[in-house]
Design a protein around this ligand. Structure first.
Ligand SMILES: O=C1C[C@@](O)(C(=O)O)C[C@@H](O)[C@@H]1O
Length: 244
C-alpha cells in the first residue's frame, strides 16, 4: 500500500422513514447499494418517544444490513431535525439507551447541547465502544472559518471521536472555507465535513482529500440538500482518487 495515499472516505446513507414499514423499505434499498454506514435519522420516526420501538428498529436494521455500520442520529429541531415531542432529558436518555443496546456503532449529537449531558453521553459511548460524533449544522449559511474552528475546539474538549459540520453553501467560496477548516481541524480531531446546496457537491466528492472521514450519499430519500446518489458519489470519488 502506498503510505502517502489519502485514506478513502466511508460512504454513509441516511434512512428517514416515519414508520417501521418505510424504514424497512429504505433499509432494503440501502442494502442493495452497499454503503459503509447507514444513518438512521430517528427524529423522523413517528414512535421516537417509545424506547422499545426505537430499539426494535435498530435491531431490525442490524438484521437487514449485516454488512453496514449503524449510525444513530436524533437530530435536534434547532439544527434541522424533524420536530418531535421529546424533551432534552428524554432525548439524552434515549441516546444512553441506544448506547447500551449494542445496536449502534456511531451516535451523532449536536455540540450545542448541554455540556454536562454530552459528557455523560461521552462516558457511556466509551463504555460501550460506540463512536461519538459531535456535530454542528447551519442550513442558512457557511459561518466564518474562525467560528467553525471554535466549534471544533468544543468537540475536542468534549473528547468526541469526530467533529462533523454540515453548512449551507450560498456562494462558491464557501466550499473553500469547508476545505480549509477540514484540513486545519484534522490535526486535532477526525473531521466529517460537507457543504449543502448546489456548490456543496464538490465537498461531498472531495472533502476527504483534506481529511474528512465520511461523506453522505442520498438514500431512497434525501436527508439534506445537495446529496448525490451513491453511484454519482462513487464515480466522483474514484475519479479524484486517481489524482491524489
Ligand atoms: O448531518 C448530516 C449530514 C447531512 O446534513 C448532509 O448534508 O449530508 C445529512 C444528515 O442526514 C446528516 O445527519
Amino acid at each position: 500500500m502506498d503510505e502517502n495515499k489519502v485514506p478513502m472516505p466511508l460512504i454513509c446513507m441516511p434512512i428517514v422513514g416515519t414508520t417501521q414499514e418505510e424504514i424497512n423499505a429504505e433499509a432494503v434499498f440501502a442494502f442493495s447499494k452497499d454503503p459503509d454506514i447507514v444513518e438512521w435519522r430517528a427524529d423522523y420516526f413517528q414512535d421516537v418517544d417509545d424506547k422499545d420501538k426505537v430499539i426494535a428498529v435498530l435491531q431490525s436494521l442490524r438484521q437487514t444490513l449485516p454488512n453496514q455500520a449503524v449510525l444513530f442520529t436524533l437530530r435536534n429541531e434547532t439544527e434541522g431535525g424533524n420536530p418531535n415531542q421529546l424533551t432534552e432529558h428524554a432525548r439524552f436518555s434515549l441516546y444512553l439507551d441506544v448506547c447500551r443496546s449494542g445496536h449502534a456503532d456511531y451516535i451523532d449529537t449536536e455540540l450545542n447541547n448541554d455540556h454536562d449531558q454530552l459528557k455523560k453521553l461521552r462516558n457511556e459511548t466509551q463504555k460501550h465502544n460506540v463512536n461519538f460524533i459531535l456535530s454542528f449544522h447551519d442550513f442558512e449559511q457557511t459561518p466564518a472559518e474562525e467560528q467553525l474552528k471554535i466549534n471544533a475546539d468544543v468537540a475536542v474538549r468534549l473528547e468526541a471521536d469526530y467533529f462533523k459540520f454540515a453548512v449551507m453553501s450560498t456562494v462558491k467560496n464557501d466550499i473553500l472555507t469547508v476545505f480549509r477548516v477540514t484540513e486545519d481541524v484534522s490535526h486535532s480531531i477526525q473531521p466529517i465535513s460537507m457543504a449543502m446546496g448546489v456548490y456543496g457537491k464538490m465537498t461531498r466528492a472531495a472533502s476527504w482529500t483534506f481529511g474528512s472521514k465520511v461523506t453522505f450519499a442520498q438514500g431512497r430519500k434525501s436527508s439534506a440538500p445537495g446529496q448525490m446518489t451513491i453511484e454519482e458519489l462513487r464515480t466522483s470519488i474514484d475519479n479524484i482518487r486517481t489524482l491524489v
